[in-house]
Design a protein around this ligand. Structure first.
Ligand SMILES: Cc1cc2nc3c(=O)[nH]c(=O)nc-3n(C[C@H](O)[C@H](O)[C@H](O)COP(=O)(O)O)c2cc1C
Length: 216
């Protein structure tokens, strides 16, 4: 079958669960923790991967997958190169969004918020926990910059391996954590006939989370 014909005809119905505004947790971070735990228990693939959307100076969005490494109190941590495309976009616009997709559970979680650097202590602690090859990799890749060949990257790795042979591999100044502070969440549970459940949480002027249902 032709690929376009195939995807045009695909029709999956969602039947694995329901989501009710009366049953959800009072706070979205508790609801997020519950769904993350259930996804881990359901052995969802790449459970900590999320799509991070940033916006550049010209208001043009771009997105990519990154790994969530920690979350608590509406704060979501990930680690990357500060001089990458995302890093440059974050410098000019602190508004970001994040999307998790758990196909095995027919669930999606959308988060919106503002982003800042994680503390140096957190970045150091995470960097130091990484395997040696990943530490060398961080030093060796000018993430998002054009390179001439695979060889160029591999030579950079060799040079850094040599340089750090007999010394501690410290965190590069251009690499570390970001923390997204969420001000909006949406929990989506697929339902039959596209009549999905969508429950969102938004902060009101008194800084309280208000729960609402959205049309699918
Ligand atoms: C499953 C998966 C996990 C990833 N995790 C990270 C991550 O935690 N940090 C990171 O910098 N890039 C990660 N990447 C690579 C990014 O998607 C992206 O290629 C890279 O960060 C450069 O993006 P940018 O040019 O928009 O800055 C991951 C990619 C995939 C597919």
């Amino acid at each position: 079958m032709d690929t376009n014909q195939h995807i045009f005809q695909l029709r999956e119905d969602f039947t694995k669960g329901t989501l009710n505004e009366l049953d959800v947790e009072k706070t979205p971070d508790a609801q997020f923790a519950k769904w993350m735990q259930q996804a881990i228990e359901a052995k969802v693939l790449e459970v900590q991967a999320f799509n991070l959307c940033t916006v550049n100076k010209q208001s043009k969005p771009s997105s990519r997958i990154v790994y969530l490494r920690e979350f608590e109190n509406n704060q979501f941590y990930f680690y990357t190169n500060y001089q990458s495309r995302k890093g440059i976009e974050i410098e000019t616009n602190k508004n970001v969004s994040a999307t998790f997709f758990y196909p095995e559970l027919e669930r999606q979680i959308r988060i919106e918020g503002t982003i800042n650097f994680a503390s140096k202590e957190k970045s150091d602690a995470y960097f130091n926990s990484r395997p040696t090859e990943s530490k060398i990799g961080a030093w060796s890749s000018l993430q998002s910059k054009q390179i001439n060949s695979r060889n160029e990257l591999e030579n950079s790795v060799l040079q850094n391996q040599k340089y750090f042979e007999n010394q501690e591999i410290t965190r590069p100044h251009f690499w570390g954590g970001y923390v997204v502070t969420a001000n909006y969440y949406e929990f989506w549970q697929g339902r039959k006939s596209r009549l999905h459940d969508r429950i969102c949480y938004e902060l009101n002027s008194k800084n309280e989370w208000v729960i609402a249902r959205l049309a699918p």
